[in-house]
Design a protein around this ligand. Structure first.
Ligand SMILES: CC(C)(COP(=O)(O)OP(=O)(O)OC[C@H]1O[C@@H](n2cnc3c(N)ncnc32)[C@H](O)[C@@H]1OP(=O)(O)O)[C@@H](O)C(=O)NCCC(=O)NCCS
Length: 190
């Protein structure tokens, strides 16, 4: 299943923008990842080695390809001045009828509710597709800060699966959090 009409830009209630990644994000993206590598390496498979212009150009090109193919939609989280605060995305990898949300923030952008707000906005986009019945968030069970995002929004911990660890601090116990889109459409739980 593929998705069209995905918005290229979304605004969080607190004013920051989610904007689809562009090729001209390259220099800033390399700098941001490398400045926060120690923060990202424990949990992000793509941050096990320093970012390079080549690795991030490939990421940006594949992001454009996947957007055109209608399978994956990754956004930069941008501050008022266009500074990249992190990245979030919607992914069709869970299979038909479900979209998965992923996120990372710069260390200095944590603690302001940005990942939670971005997840909420992306879940609402997912719920705008009649054929999507579930939003999914996956994280390693040791990644307490990541798990707090779906918990805060009222997702259910549906299952824990054993997987090959892909990032430095992962235990391999992979939590799968889910939220029915019917709940999002009806209004978020308190
Ligand atoms: C996972 C990650 C995005 C979570 O970031 P975060 O800042 O904890 O999450 P949020 O942006 O939603 O902010 C929540 C925090 O802001 C606070 N907050 C302030 N205003 C808030 C608001 N309006 N709404 C929600 N939370 C708010 C919350 O109390 C919470 O603080 P706490 O951690 O002291 O309890 C971040 O830790 C990260 O990038 N980690 C490295 C990469 C990673 O692990 N990615 C996920 C892989 S599965």
């Amino acid at each position: 299943m593929t998705y069209d009409r995905m918005p290229h830009e979304l605004t969080l209630p607190s004013g920051q923008r989610l904007r689809s990644f562009r090729l001209d994000d390259l220099d800033q993206l390399v700098d941001v990842i490398n400045a926060d590598l120690d923060h990202l390496r424990p949990w992000m498979p793509w941050a096990q080695e320093p970012a390079t212009a080549e690795s991030e150009a490939e990421f940006l090109k594949s992001s454009l390809r996947n957007w055109s193919a209608g399978t994956d939609f990754v956004y930069a989280v941008l501050d008022d001045d266009g500074a990249i605060l992190g990245g979030v995305g919607l992914h069709s990898r869970p299979g038909p009828g479900a979209l998965e949300i992923g996120y990372w923030l710069r260390a200095g952008a944590q603690g302001r509710g940005l990942a939670t707000a971005a997840t909420r906005v992306l879940a609402e986009v997912a719920a705008s597709y009649d054929e999507v019945h579930e939003v999914v968030i996956c994280c390693d069970e040791a990644n307490v800060r990541s798990a707090a995002v779906p918990r805060r929004l009222g997702f259910t911990l549906s299952r824990v699966e054993e997987r090959e660890p892909l990032a430095a601090a992962e235990t391999g116990w992979h939590q799968v959090w889910t939220m029915p889109t019917a709940v999002v459409r009806a209004g978020w739980p308190d």
